[in-house]
Write a protein that binds this ligand. Structure first.
Ligand code: XUL
Ligand code: CO
Length: 437
């Protein structure tokens, strides 16, 4: 077990709800079987490289505060190597089975793309070395198309064709290294794909180009034999005023409109759902019923702040919503639950990385057990079935089987008496959930 950067943190074990050990799981018991699968296999938890190995805790009002010994190494490649060591120490100590990264998180840019790719290869080889003696696997890779100044106007939706070309070349390489590391998925988050004002924007060209870009990417994935899922991650705003991949509904329509929907699925994130004015449950449900649910960025936004706070999930209610949908989807694999989450700025000690992940892992573990009990009991599902039972026979059956038309529906209705409705019983339904919690 590596023990270089977090000497005070032991391997985190399950100790049960009575434990007061901050470095122990209270509810996440990886080998415990729930609904026919171990908790480990249900959750497929993943570490986000950027928040944990790169994040400094800087915000628009203040400098970085995080104590991260590896960040003080001045040689960029040496620092990149140290970050890999720190990551594997975190993964092993937490027993996290997966990790995710952006290409530029793991290795620094050189002066040309060729030099940058060389740096990337060096670090990817090092990661492959570590993976030989670790159980941790790559959940997904992605490309950072938003930090460097060249992406000031976006990447695939930039007004500058040279930038489109650069982004394509960068994603080509990012897909190759994801494939080399055995990644299960590849993610497209449209970093700056959007606009600040329509008064300077050719929206039609930008959207067409974004579709062209995704089309080329999926062609290239096939060319190199990458059989993992390709995932688009919706987000409505930040950093642009309007991001094109607004929410699940919007991405779904976009992919269908450009005939890309059979090649992509969705990576759905709680905080992005909230920014779009939806619950996470809404976004997961919409993806699920359209067979587009690919993976989850498992975090939590602050309901009082209007930006992407990317917090560790500690709300049990949120976790129940998530696991209720995931169980009904038949699981999240080959996706996973990636902690695209950072610690609050005031939680700056290295050990907070562990406390934060333990908190979130325990929250989802409880969510899983509660959702499983709810589904086994079936009270809510029976209520829903009964609520829509008018579509099981008579005129309802004619409607859903496609036999009805406006003419037959008029004939059915013209001489009928008043219609009777039943209560939706929202308060009772929500109280049933509380009984399980
Ligand atoms: C940004 C965000 C990204 C993606 C990966 O809000 O969620 O970190 O998950 O690019
Ligand atoms: Co995300």
């Amino acid at each position: 077990m590596p023990n270089e950067f977090f000497p005070n943190v032991p391997k985190i074990e399950y100790e049960g709800p009575q434990s007061d050990n901050p470095y122990a799981f209270k509810f996440y018991d990886p080998d415990k079987v729930v609904a026919g699968k171990t908790m480990r296999d249900h959750m497929r938890f993943s570490l986000a490289y950027w928040h944990n190995l790169i994040g400094t805790g800087a915000d628009p009002f203040g400098v970085g505060v995080n104590i991260r010994p590896w960040l003080s190494i001045s040689d960029p490649m040496e620092q990149a190597r140290a970050r890999v060591r720190a990551m594997f120490e975190i993964l092993e100590k937490l027993g996290l089975p997966y990790y995710c990264f952006h290409d530029r998180d793991i290795a620094p840019e050189g002066s040309t793309l060729r030099e940058t790719n060389r740096n990337l290869d060096t670090i990817v080889n090092l990661m492959r070395e570590y993976m030989r003696s670790s159980d941790a696997r790559l959940l997904w890779g992605t490309a950072c198309l938003f930090i460097h100044p060249r992406f000031v106007h976006g990447a695939a939706t930039s007004c500058n064709a040279d930038v489109f070309a650069y982004a394509a070349a960068q994603v080509k390489k990012a897909m190759e290294v994801t494939h080399e590391l055995g990644g299960s998925n590849y993610v497209f988050w449209g970093g700056r794909e959007g606009y600040d004002t329509l008064w300077n924007t050719d929206m039609k060209l930008e959207l067409d180009n974004m579709a062209r870009f995704l089309g080329m990417a999926s062609d290239y994935a096939a060319e190199i034999g990458f059989s993992g899922q390709l995932l688009v991650e919706p987000k409505p705003k930040e950093p642009t005023t309007h991001q094109y991949d607004y929410d699940v509904g919007n991405v779904l329509a976009f992919l269908r409109g450009y005939k890309l929907d059979d090649r992509f699925r969705l990576n759905v994130e709680q905080n992005h759902a909230v920014l779009a004015g939806h619950t996470f449950q809404h976004e997961i449900r919409l993806a699920r019923i359209n067979n587009m649910l690919g993976s989850l960025d498992a975090n939590q936004g602050d309901y009082l702040l209007g930006w992407d706070t990317d917090q560790m999930t500690t709300s049990l209610y949120e976790a129940v919503m998530v696991m209720y949908e995931v169980l009904q989807a038949g699981g999240i694999a080959p996706g996973g639950m990636n902690f695209d989450a950072k610690l609050r700025r005031a939680s700056f000690e290295p050990d907070d990385i562990f406390r934060g992940h333990i908190a979130a892992m325990d929250t989802y573990a409880r969510g899983l057990e509660i959702a499983d009990r709810m589904l086994q009991d079936g009270t809510l599902e029976r209520f829903i079935e009964e609520r829509y039972s008018s579509y099981n026979d008579g005129i309802g059956k004619e409607i859903v089987s496609g036999k009805a038309s406006f003419v037959t529906l008029e004939q059915f209705t013209l001489d009928r008496g008043p219609i009777e409705n039943s209560s939706g019983r929202r308060e009772w339904v929500e109280s049933v959930i509380n009984q399980f919690i």
